[in-house]
Design a protein. Sequence first.
Lengths: 114, 112
Amino acid sequence: AQSVTQLDSQVPVFEEAPVELRCNYSSSVSVYLFWYVQYPNQGLQLLLKYLSGSTLVKGINGFEAEFNKSQTSFHLRKPSVHISDTAEYFCAVIGNTGGFKTIFGAGTRLFVKA
Amino acid sequence: ETGVTQSPTHLIKTRGQQVTLRCSSQSGHNTVSWYQQALGQGPQFIFQYYREEENGRGNFPPRFSGLQFPNYSSELNVNALELDDSALYLCASWPVGANVLTFGAGSRLTVL
């Protein structure tokens, strides 16, 4: 079984500052990893995904994440945030053995201040 | 616009009632999953359907049931509603072989 821990429930940051949202996972099998963003009153939108290959993954809106197998982490980063990045961010995992369900973390609320 | 449409967007029910939520997926997306997202929490997997058969279920009681239809639409039914069923219900779909969910905007259910 897989599980996901998002280490910060809220991250306040000033506009144009860098940000890192932390995610750790546990799994007995190899996994695929994802970051989703949820804006108020909306569904989830995929930011980026790691399926295989390069451990540094680039996504939309200037976000990137690095898969670290030894530390079982998949932290999300952005070098300079904007007010419009204020949203809830979810890390998610799915086992790559044909498992059927995506497991989500509890979410990190990113609040960008002017 | 994700191509996954959910209805209704909002609804209010009372305890003990029954509710049906609907989802229309993109053509070719023959796998659909339903998630419950309580306020301040991450989505929790309810169940998944593939080619009109349930092929995975999370830790939800039998009063949560579903259907998938040949036209890529699906339903989530909840009987005997409880206050704790108040949540955003998300439908997600994807084509066979893919591993990325495409989500609808959700249906927000309030149980009074």
